[in-house]
Design a protein around this ligand. Sequence first.
Ligand code: GLC
Length: 687
Amino acid sequence: MICKYRYGNPFSTEATVLDLPVLSDSPAFLRVRQEENSIVIRYPLDKSDVLYGLGENVRGINKRGWIFESNATDDNLHLETRRSLYASHNFLIVHGKETFGFFVDNPAVVSFDLGYTRPEEMVVTTDTPNADLYIITGESLTDIARQFRQLIGRSYIPPKWAFGYGQSRWGYKCEADIRDVADKMAAADIPLDAIYLDIDYMKDYKDFTVDLERYPDLAGLAADMKARGIRLVPIIDAGVKIEEGYDVYEEGVENGYFCKNADGTNFVGAVWPGKVHFPDVVNPEARRWFGSKYKVLLDQGIEGFWNDMNEPAIFYSVPKLKQTFTTIEAYSKLDNIGIDKYFAMMDLVRALQDASNLYDQFYHSVDGKLVCHKDIHNVYGFNMTRAAGEALEEMVPDKRILLFSRSSYIGMHRYGGIWTGDNCSWWSHLQLNIHQMPSLNLVGLLYSGADLGGFGENTTGDLLLRWLAFGIFTPLMRNHCALGHRQQEPYQFGHTEMFAQVIKLRYSLLPYLYSEFMKAALEDGLYFRALAFDYPDDPATSQVEDQLLVGESIMIAPVYQPNAKGRVVYLPEAMLLLRLRSVDDYDSERVEAGYHHINCDLGEVLVFLRPGHLLPMADPAMSVDQLDEKHLKVFANLKSGETASYVLYQDDGYSKDYENPEHYKTIRVGQAGGSCSDEELELTIRL
Ligand code: GLC
């Protein structure tokens, strides 16, 4: 059951899709007090309570013990002491003495003190006195999660090729670099479905332009690549360069489509190109206009985009920059700078990049009224991606287009996926990636993933390999790295065959992974789950932070420590361990319930097949389009005399007739062999 309460006069974020009545009684579980400028929600925490949720954030799967803030921030150091990253996902499930979920729909800053100030209390505080509060009760964690997803609407579904491996780097400068990556991947026999274009493809960092010196024929390049099974995926930034003669800038100014200062002039911030205006994507008309611009790239054969810097990130504002220069100039006249002045001076320059003190200086036009950005800050990235999502739906109604974003708010999952932004090449960030995925699934962001190998800092071959071995399960599987750091394509570290082996496993697993993704999206289910969701009666499962359930059949236990030759795994029940090197090269072993140390060498992947379940796999291919899904190798974990069935989802990978019953095929396996409702499918059974 979902109960809705309203405080003050909340901004319509459009996070939800169900029209529920607003109740007038007091909410269950939570004590809510409305103050002049905020809403304060309290809940006494029992020792046994575990807190799941808050989507993209630092720390563990259980969020208890820290203070988080929903405050979309461009922060490239995801330290465990951070309170917020790029997104705001104000949904939590309390699981313990009482079990319920709640969503605080407020687009301004919201803080979640989850036992930080007082270990026995949760205090949620909004920065404005307006919010809708939803409280969800249900039979189980999964049921609560499903009801929440029904409230916020169906998750975005990307084209199937977007489940292939993607190679990215901020630093591929020109067409030759792109061709070089494609050639070297092919030479190393590593599958590849996408190469990403970072800001260097644009002319002077102007959205919807192409630098013709670097990319003289983008359409030709896109076509050549597509013929090899590779799509190009360009980045789009939120800021629009201020430059006379640049059509996007001129149209935006002419039609009043940019965010405004209080006096009605266009707000100026600065990002990659220097001075920019920000499209007022919260305003439907401006949103429609900005979205229509993606056509420029669609027309050149592009089938996917990533939206960036949409918190929005602002490097500086002009007055702040001027003021900083003036102060620095004053410092330059001093003949000695001691400790205090030195630190003050350093802080001054650093503070330039803190956009948060600019968010109260610009406005959006909503229903003819000016709304201060600060009051709706967290929905900017959502609306930028919505701009693209709505326009793509209109421009290419019959075909799925890849779309994902850096910033997001609950509701954005209907338009696109996300990547988790600028992580680092740290083992702890591989672990963070494991923690983030189930929390993101709770808010409907099924199509998501992290920069595999790490974005900042220099990666190592073993870190990348282990990260890929986890990344083969994340729907978005992209290796991305920052300018200036070590090249981290999978052919850079020697032992290329090991990288090929792991990436090929992704393709072999795709019949299963894609089926599970599609069923999760179409049935409001969870593709990634913490163990307690399926084994709620086993208290040990709520302690497990480094194993995940992926779909209905398997549990994974990634290795995320340097130099480890394996790891300890907790099994809530006996399972069939598959130590995979390829679909045909593996060890299998029955492992009893309990704690076990399981060996896992570099290049191997641990998959635990649950009892009574099936895992369909295919031979690998060099791209998703080339995958032979008619011949499947089906692993089964059956007791003697038992039969099991599995619903496979197979479609053309780009049409939108998702509910067509023909896409659902049932595989049945017993001791005597297997069969499929689609007789064209040939099964090899592995009992
Ligand atoms: C931001 C993005 C990163 C990208 C860079 C340059 O830092 O998060 O992925 O490579 O900008 O566009």
